[in-house]
Design a protein around this ligand. Structure first.
Ligand SMILES: C[S@@+](CC[C@H](N)C(=O)[O-])C[C@H]1O[C@@H](n2cnc3c(N)ncnc32)[C@H](O)[C@@H]1O
Length: 210
């Protein structure tokens, strides 16, 4: 297991992740606050009514519970993560009647095709050993007409980007170029593909056609 994955499994990180680690590191990486990311997630996923939502690699549930507050009776957000420490923190800090947490691996999701109205994965694809398999799994479990949104790392296609990629890979992190996710979405038949880049982060969302 590489350094990045070991760190995510550590109870000490789970304890400080939501209120210190994420706000600081993601602000440095993207120039955006967690509040901005959360509000944009709601908009991009077009949350409303009794939707069923999957928050993949949910960590301590810091988006999961927030997203659930935009759903009405019958709506439900499932948070999936492989770290027991993160899930324990999610269960204590971000529990709600419209939220459930599951331990699992993003690369082999334990859900039938077309289970969810919206699927998201924020700040995690660069940690997952096979991120493109995980992304295809997200598309598989999304219903036709449903929305998908991701945020992940970004690198420029130049010498600085290559050097940053090499440095990041030493700790087990991966940096993605501008094309990887939009191309994967288009090849999978998704529509309304939209990408925004903020410093070292990219945000991509799309719709699965009916
Ligand atoms: C940086 S946290 C992101 C938490 C939250 N989504 C956010 O945006 O703040 C990354 C999470 O990805 C999870 N993760 C990494 N690889 C995974 C995998 N293969 N399957 C499920 N979760 C995974 C880690 O356990 C960790 O909780």
């Amino acid at each position: 297991m590489n350094l990045a994955r070991k760190t995510m499994n550590a109870p000490a990180l789970a304890a400080v992740y939501e209120h210190a680690w994420r706000p600081t590191l993601f602000y440095l990486a993207s120039g955006r606050t967690t509040g901005t990311d959360r509000r944009e997630a709601v908009d991009r996923l077009r949350l409303s009514g009794p939707m069923k939502v999957l928050d993949l690699a949910c960590g301590p549930g810091n988006f999961t519970e927030y997203l659930s507050t935009y759903l009405t009776r019958g709506g439900f957000v499932t948070g999936l993560d492989y770290s027991p420490a993160m899930l324990a923190k999610a269960a204590t800090d971000n529990a709600s009647p419209r939220v459930g947490y599951v331990r699992g691996d993003a690369r082999t999701l334990p859900f039938a095709d077309g289970t969810f109205d919206a699927v998201c994965c924020f700040g995690a694809l660069y940690l997952i050993p096979d991120p493109l398999t995980a992304t295809r799994e997200m598309i598989r479990v999304l219903k036709p007409g449903g929305r998908i949104a991701i945020s992940t790392s970004y690198r420029e296609n130049n010498l600085f980007g290559s050097a940053s990629s090499m440095a990041a890979s030493l700790s087990g992190l991966r940096l993605f170029d501008r094309d990887t996710f939009p191309k994967l979405f288009v090849r999978a038949g998704l529509t309304e593909v939209d990408q925004r880049v903020h410093r070292f982060m990219q945000y991509v969302d799309a719709t699965k056609p009916l």
